[in-house]
Write a protein that binds this ligand. Structure first.
Ligand SMILES: C[S@@+](CC[C@H](N)C(=O)[O-])C[C@H]1O[C@@H](n2cnc3c(N)ncnc32)[C@H](O)[C@@H]1O
Length: 165
């Protein structure tokens, strides 16, 4: 369930390192009606069983796809014809200036090293949340929440679903 028309957004996690961040983002997806994609390898076991053992009680409420490699993920998204929007501290475009659309896939990098250049090269767009120098980056789950919030707001406004009530 989302409050936007059209296919849902997807939040894709590139080789996540830290299980707590992954859990936070899966919970975010569950609550916002956004699909999740996990791109292996991760720094922790990604099975349903492992998530449940770690107390991830939102698992039943999130649509979750696991991809064994970035190549597998790239093939899946190409077949689906969906745009890939990379969240990156190195992107030129301010995340508030990008026009998001239903079905977009928002990709976050791994906590330790972001994404390699080969992944950056196949993204359709890159967006950056401006932060104060000399600080380097936000927590990945915080960055995901900010950009998802903006994307959902834009899509809702474009569908004319805003207003009071
Ligand atoms: C902790 S950061 C990675 C830092 C890593 N050293 C790097 O150079 O990319 C993890 C992920 O969070 C997201 N992120 C963090 N801060 C961001 C920002 N200011 N703008 C856009 N994405 C951000 C990106 O997807 C990034 O790959």
């Amino acid at each position: 369930m989302t409050d936007t028309a059209g296919p849902p957004l997807t939040l894709a996690l590139y080789q996540p390192d830290i299980p707590q961040n992954c859990g936070t983002m899966l919970r975010l997806c569950a609550c916002l009606g956004v699909e999740a994609a996990l791109i292996a390898p991760a720094g922790f076991p990604m099975s349903d069983r492992a998530f449940r053992r770690a107390g991830m009680d939102y698992l039943d409420h999130v649509t979750l796809a696991r991809h064994e490699s970035f190549a597998a993920f790239a093939a899946w998204r190409e077949a689906a014809g969906r745009r890939l929007v990379l969240l990156s501290t190195k992107a030129a475009q301010d995340y508030r200036d990008f026009r998001y659309a239903p079905g977009d896939i928002l990709l976050v990098g791994r906590e330790s090293s972001g994404v390699p250049d080969a992944v950056r090269a196949v993204a359709d767009a890159g967006v950056r949340i401006p932060i104060r120098p000399p600080l380097r980056s936000l927590n990945v789950a915080v960055a995901a929440a900010m950009v998802l919030g903006e994307a959902l707001r834009q899509i809702r406004d474009a569908a004319g679903e805003g207003g009071e009530g």
